[in-house]
Design a protein around this ligand. Sequence first.
Ligand code: ATP
Length: 296
Amino acid sequence: LIQLYLPLNFLGFVYRQIRQSLTDMEDMFSMLDVPAEIRDEDDAEDLNAKDGKVEFRDVKFGYDERRPILKGVSFTVEPGKTTAIVGPSGAGKSTISRLLFRFYDVNEGAVLIDGKDLRSVKQHGVREALGIVPQDTVLFNDTVRYNIAYGRPDASEEEVTRAAKLAHIDDFIRSLPDGYETRVGERGLKLSGGEKQRVAIARTILKDPPILLFDEATSALDTATERDIQTSMREVSKGRTTLIIAHRLSTVVDADEIIVLRAGEIVERGTHADLLAEKGVYAEMWARQQSGDADD
Ligand code: ATP
């Protein structure tokens, strides 16, 4: 039996190590999506992102070089500011977030954080600089507390509670039979899409990164939940550079800049008011959404 026990115990250890080392950004992009060829250069420097300035400089990219997806995209998100990207399905919005994580290298142009080209820095620092609130947060079969603190397992009880309060999920958790010790995940309590997003927001607050990427859920949430999530997002994006991949326009109204992407090109940019006055693509999308039609 002992012969079986040792390897099994070791497997358990490996499993726990892997689970620990999965970072929240991997919840969003399946690991299979991450191409193996992205490696740190031998002379890669530390990113040490402080300000969190994000810059796309004339970025051209295609998953297959014969089929360009981004055709020369340029924008800058100044430290602490919020940029929202909107546009029809397939325009390349999520591709922008994958390039920011450097899951792929650009074909032409550059992606920079704090002025450093992502190709010249260590990947670890890039992932450290970014906090992501994905569309669909993966929850572990563990307690609510574990799920919030995951990514920063050393967080104190007060820190976890504070993060949950800022994410507007503390009241909900306290109303559960076992509070923060309630088990969630496949074999526990099922959380709704909105609750899961708030757990992700609480996680991000604990991680405290200078840059935040919010991938809004495609599926519609009820109005009250959506309002709660927007309030928590406003809270967590204070003082952080924020990039929102938006599927509904209600989320983007307050953004410092809205970028309208269509077929891999920026066709309009400006604030909500600017774009309404322009009476172009965005104004059209807005009018359609106000009348209750599909957003894309
Ligand atoms: P949506 O609003 O539907 O999420 P999007 O604007 O985020 O769309 P992307 O996910 O960036 O669009 O996809 C842009 C294009 O790139 C699509 O035509 C898609 O088929 C293609 N694409 C996305 N991921 C891959 C991949 N891993 N390999 C090949 N092509 C891909």
